[in-house]
Design a protein around this ligand. Structure first.
Ligand SMILES: [Zn+2]
Length: 121
């Protein structure tokens, strides 16, 4: 779902500079996102052909999102574009807040013992 929103936002980009920056940001994190998705699928013990089909579907989401974004930018009002961009930003913040804390120990938990050991010296 997130991938659909981020590529829709790319399709909604108002100018070529914004589109280039968004395409670069998507291209920079897409390999890591794809590997993370693959690892998550491998942990489910699904048969490999099923995983391959899900990854194929994931690969199709990008072009679909850009197409929908381009269509919306041509047909719908600017308010709809704004709502899609806001949903994209909200989805990005939600994933950053939930996934970063899940894969790594919370920043506070790592920093507190270091700070307390320095303060005791
Ligand atoms: Zn992404």
């Amino acid at each position: 779902m997130y991938s659909l929103f981020e590529t829709m936002a790319l399709g909604l980009a108002a100018d070529s500079t914004t589109a280039l920056l968004m395409a670069a940001s998507i291209a920079l994190h897409q390999p890591a996102e794809s590997v993370a998705l693959l690892v998550a699928f491998l942990k489910t013990n699904l048969p490999r052909p099923v995983i391959a089909r899900w990854l194929l579907l994931f690969s199709c989401v990008g072009p679909l999102g850009v197409s929908v974004g381009l269509l919306v930018s041509q047909v719908a009002s600017p308010y709809v574009s704004g709502v899609i961009v806001a949903l994209t930003a909200g989805t990005f913040l939600y994933i950053a807040a939930t996934e970063v804390g899940r894969t790594n120990p919370p920043l506070v938990a790592r920093s507190v013992p270091i700070m307390s050991s320095h303060s005791l010296r």
